[in-house]
Design a protein. Structure first.
Length: 351
């Protein structure tokens, strides 16, 4: 049987660059920081979704490589996880190879769509797929959810790609999750906001800010204005799309420790949340100069009708210290807790 074109089966795709899924506009990389462009080359969250009729297995032909990877990273086994509904059916482990064919057994007598999560870190490019003993059909399209954030959104410290909070939330709500999380970055880069503005979306979530405490330090007023500008640019392309902002989750070392510009993560979080509330309430200016807890809300700015399709999910209490794997990134339990909270916020406030 001939190999099928994988593109109708791919989900979680933002852009294609010569057939390879990428997570930033390949025509606009020059305006992005190098770390954002580098992380965007990894196909985080990209997966295959299909229904099978009479098939005993599905074969995938793929090419895997990691740009500038170490030999140790290349030696990692390739894991293809087969999911159906909210459960992992099986995991197929293969030896590392630049190009290979993997055979993934399918359960019999099942009409529900299947999802295959490839090994993200090896940057797999799916070249083709075909059924063994039956036929495959692309799964029905689901509403498209763009999720922007940092390494936590990328899924760091989740034990499998399917356990990240965006992947889990997408399964809960029946959304096509497009993961635009960039580890070590996501500091409110405005070119990313413009790219989000240009992408088709049925719902959008923003979850950045923790990397504004260190790495490239922000003051609270700077993050307040950056958040307002980011939201304004996204809204240019999505004036009525449901939009949720999740402020930074707990990071114990940063909560009360000032960065190089004197801002704690608690103060940065407050600034982000105030920027969202001001836009929701229609205030044209807010707490930019006084975003410390207990500071003035600065509500004396001019008013507009407000953004009724924007919602805020405060991140501080979504997880506790015991759900952090390394003091920064949630473990599987932490990812599950964030997913439940985001799903609840989207369902009750926006969807």
């Amino acid at each position: 049987m001939n190999w099928l074109d994988p593109r109708p089966f791919l989900r979680g795709v933002a852009w294609l660059d010569d057939g390879r899924p990428v997570r930033a506009d390949p025509a606009d990389l020059a305006r992005l920081p190098w770390d954002t462009a580098e992380r965007a080359a990894l196909p985080i969250g990209v997966r295959l979704e299909f229904t099978a009729e009479g098939a005993q297995a599905v074969e995938l032909r793929y090419r895997a490589s990691v740009p500038r990877a170490t030999d140790a990273l290349r030696a990692l086994a390739h894991c293809f996880a087969l999911w159906q509904g909210g459960s992992c059916v099986s995991e197929t482990i293969t030896e590392p190879a630049e190009e290979a064919v993997v055979t993934i057994p399918l359960p019999t007598a099942s009409d529900a769509p299947f999802t295959i999560h490839p090994p993200e870190a090896q940057s797999p490019v799916i070249l083709g797929l075909r059924a063994v003993g039956g036929s495959l059909t692309p799964a029905p399209r689901q509403p498209r959810w763009l999720v922007h954030g940092d390494s936590i959104t990328e899924g760091w410290w989740s034990t499998r790609p399917a356990h990240s909070w965006p992947a889990t939330t997408g399964r809960i709500l029946g959304l096509d999750t497009v993961n635009l999380g960039y580890a070590g970055t996501a500091r409110g880069e405005l070119p990313i906001a413009e790219q989000l503005s240009d992408l088709p979306a049925d719902v959008i979530t923003l979850a950045f800010g923790t990397n504004c405490w260190t790495g490239i330090p922000f003051s609270a007023p700077l993050l307040y204005e950056t958040t307002r500008a980011f939201l304004a640019l996204v809204r240019q392309g999505h004036p009525d799309t449901p939009l949720l902002l999740v402020s930074p989750v707990l990071r114990p070392e940063a909560e009360e420790s000032p960065n190089r510009l004197g801002a704690t993560l608690a103060e940065l979080r407050t600034a982000m949340e105030q920027a969202v509330r001001d836009r929701m309430d229609g205030r044209s200016s807010g707490s930019g100069g006084s975003s410390r807890p207990g500071g003035s809300s600065g509500s004396g700015g001019s008013s507009s009708p407000g953004d009724k399709r924007l919602a805020l999910l405060p991140g501080r209490d979504l997880i506790g210290p015991g759900q952090l794997a390394d003091g920064v990134h949630p473990d599987d339990n932490g990812h599950a807790a964030i997913a439940a909270a985001v799903a609840g916020a989207l369902r009750t406030k926006l969807l």
